[in-house]
Design a protein around this ligand. Structure first.
Ligand code: FCB
Length: 448
């Protein structure tokens, strides 16, 4: 059996607009809901905001040079909707589109495949004020935006992702209120999820009309294991799995919501128009998988909305975000995807770990052995999954840079390169150097 990564495998790193760009209102951009949310007192650890972030909006040339230094073959980034359409709909802001136009050209000139995502959580604030994703029209607003971006960049972009992690948008933004727009409303959450999915389907149609590119969607999956064999723990684990792993993929691939959903949401679960499922199920060319961890669950009626609580595993290694390091679950979830949803090309669109990093040593190195080992073992899991027969086409490390980690602010660092907040100096960490060796050796460096 071949232990190699397939020819043409894309080796990349990922970021998103609000997390790295800074200059959120530059050149005519409108505010996004994350801009507004992060400026509300108490929302973000340390009172951090994305006002400066990694200053990528101004330093993108330097960042492309960094990507070259790392040997990246691909770069996954997102487009800020409110730079393109400051009010979310209607008037197009030329300078906002120009930024991404230059970025795409810069990447192509550097031999790096651009892999843009249209929506990575930063909704134009003007649209949030019209109901955000809970409004049925939001799906159409998103499709119009997709058409505008594709018309401009579609001649040079070969891979488009519509949404990043709709589950987190809904769970963080509409169920628990810890992300923008900070709502806690189950009925709005059910609608938001449905409209994100409809928006995805409508955007796929627009992308098909404008381009001949590959089109996909990015989901996050977290395998759910039961803490015991008890009936209650197993039932709770099944609910947690429905809520996090099947809520989006079942309608995308099987044309229906999981059976558990109406019971989970109770009266907040509406009857959805049957014809919507044809839109949601529009054919895609690939699935993007963001994988970080698994969870082990026990029944806990106090844990809304699933009644499942995560149990810490003694002896396991946890990252700074409290996520268990568990590479074998990545191999397993890739196998599960194929058996439940059929063969579909897969890109690992995010994978990485937050660990506290030291400052650079006198020799200029940032020593981050835990992140390096995380990357190594997860890439081995990907290689094993490929040997199992799963069609994995590429891998994007999260993240190119230390950046604004949403509600955690800048305190949690995932970067292959360290970013000094004051000077904006980038320093490639040992994990980044290791990743370059992996890329240059087509994976052989994983065997050490
Ligand atoms: C994912 C997000 C990404 C980043 C990582 C750590 O859920 O897509 O923006 O925050 O987690």
């Amino acid at each position: 059996m071949s232990r190699d990564f397939p020819a043409g495998f894309l080796w990349g790193a990922a970021t998103s607009a609000y997390q790295i760009e800074g200059s959120p209102l530059a050149d005519g951009a409108g505010p996004s809901n994350w801009h507004v949310f992060s400026h509300e007192p108490g929302r973000i650890a340390g009172g951090d905001t994305g006002d400066v972030a990694c200053d990528h909006y101004r330093r993108w040339r330097e960042d492309i040079a960094l990507m070259r230094e790392l040997g990246l073959g691909a770069y996954r980034f997102s487009i800020a909707w409110s730079r393109v359409l400051p009010e979310g709909t209607g008037r197009v802001n030329g300078p906002g589109l120009d930024f991404y136009d230059r970025l795409v050209d810069g990447l192509l000139a550097a031999g790096i495949t651009p892999f843009p995502t249209l929506f990575h959580w930063d909704l134009p604030q003007a649209l949030d004020e019209r109901g955000g994703w809970a409004a049925r029209d939001c799906a159409d607003w998103f499709a119009d935006y997709a058409r505008i971006v594709a018309a401009r960049l579609g001649d040079r972009v070969g891979h488009w992702s519509t949404l990043n992690e709709p589950w987190v948008v809904v769970d963080g933004g509409y169920v628990h209120g810890v992300h923008a727009p900070g709502r806690r409303d189950l009925a709005a959450a059910a609608q938001a999820a449905h409209n994100l999915l409809r928006g995805h389907g409508l955007a796929v149609r627009c992308l098909r009309a404008e381009t001949r590119a590959q089109v996909g969607i990015v989901v996050n999956l977290e395998p759910k294991d039961a803490a015991s064999d008890s009936e209650t723990d197993r039932a709770a684990t099944a609910r947690a799995d429905a809520y996090m792993n099947r809520w989006y993929l079942d309608p995308l691939r099987l044309g229906r919501y999981p059976d558990e959903m109406p019971a989970l949401f109770g009266a907040a679960w509406p009857r959805f128009p049957a014809e919507d499922f044809a839109v949601i199920g529009e054919a895609i060319d690939f699935l993007g998988l963001n994988y970080y961890t698994r969870s082990v669950n026990r029944a806990d009626p106090a844990a809304a909305p699933t009644g499942a609580a995560a149990v810490r595993q003694p002896g396991a290694l946890y990252t700074e975000t409290g996520w268990e390091v568990r590479p074998q679950s990545l191999r397993e979830v890739l196998g599960w995807l194929r058996s439940r949803y059929g063969a579909l090309p897969i890109y690992i669109t995010e994978n990485g770990a937050a660990f506290a990093d030291p400052a650079a040593d006198t020799d200029g190195r940032v020593r981050d052995p835990l992140r390096q080992e995380y990357l190594r073992t997860h890439l081995l899991a990907v290689r094993d999954a490929i040997a199992d027969g799963v069609d994995v086409r590429g891998y994007f490390a999260w993240s190119l840079l230390d950046n604004f980690e949403w509600a955690c602010g800048y305190a949690k660092t995932f970067g292959l390169a360290q970013v000094d907040g004051a000077s904006q100096r980038r320093t490639v960490k040992d994990s980044g150097r290791f990743y370059r060796d992996v890329i240059l050796s087509q994976g052989r460096a994983l065997d050490g």
